[in-house]
Ligand binder design. Sequence first.
Ligand code: SF4
Length: 396
Amino acid sequence: MQFFVQQSPLRDLYEKVSEGARISEEDALRLFESKDLNGLGAIADLARQKRVGRRASYIVNRYINYSNYCILSCQFCSFARKKRDADGFQFSIEEIVQKAREARSLGITELHIVGGLHPSLPFSYYTGMLKALRALDPGLQLKCFTAIEVLHLAWLARKSVPETLQELKEAGLDSLTGGGAEIFRKEVRSAIAKGKEPADEYLNVHRLWHQMGGRSTCTMLYGHVEKLEDRVDHLRQLRELQDETHGFVGFVPLPYHPDNNEIPVDRPPTGFDMLRTMAVSRIYLDNFDHLTAYWVGMGGLKPAQLALSFGADDLHGTILEEHIFHMAGAHTPQLQTETRMIEAIREAGCIPVQRNTFYEPIKVWEQSESAAGAAPAQELQAAAAAAADLRRDHGQ
Ligand code: SF4
């Protein structure tokens, strides 16, 4: 046991995790309230090592937002637009396929596709998009749509949620994304995302998808108006569903960004808060293998790299073109090169692993191996420039 754990007021929880015992909600709240970040990090690192060892992963992927038109107006959202807004956009299926075609040359293995709850696009647009992307590359993994989008599509198509999921699956959907979870507690949800479906509907979409053999990720948007008890409640509901289905492949805590939206928060999540939230999530979510430090939301690769010592075992992806956090004030770059991610993981004392959508290893980078074969920075920059051109064409 490290010296600072012997001295830590959290020592009993270190021993609990060391023995493989599950911590309670009271324990999780105690961890959240503790100022002993070193002790917390030591417990989280122990939990992470017991679960996945010293490997840390990343994915070579590309984000595509097919549209930012949305019928809802969640108070925390900086991304959604109405049809009257000059900076609203929507892409045709051909344009989305073109974006995917360009990114394929960079070696992406995944497309991550989400949008707003579009007022009028028919269900055939979504299935057509999946089929066209599947035809472009049968091996490309399609991680698309939040549970909230799925509920919207079911309503649009006048189908049940299982029927909707089945049709999306048959069209090529590989995984659901984790967005739309926000904070589950009803009072907080109404304060930040009025009109959005409640927690049980979000969780039920994932449950049904898991029961069909599907896999997904899940998220928590923290650092706005919620209390620490609300974060614990949120994690409890995720842990319970994971006990039931074992269908979540990863958890992504998302720090709130306050620009261009309606929730006045003087102090968005600090570095301390980001690290403790990652650590408590790792310790409490003892039935999750993977926790992702989402570098876009955390303020860049540097804090995400630090999170690898606080329970995270994944740095997310190269991304290429991110809108949702940038429209909310994130000043991070639009992309990371694979080489930089490998270096960041190595510097943190971990073994870099390129993964697929399901966090399964594609390539383990041995210590002696140079990252020269990784997607070259110049090509990534060129693809990002092409994406920016396409955005300009759409008046963004
Ligand atoms: S968070 Fe999603 S559902 Fe809510 S307004 Fe923004 S795009 Fe629409």
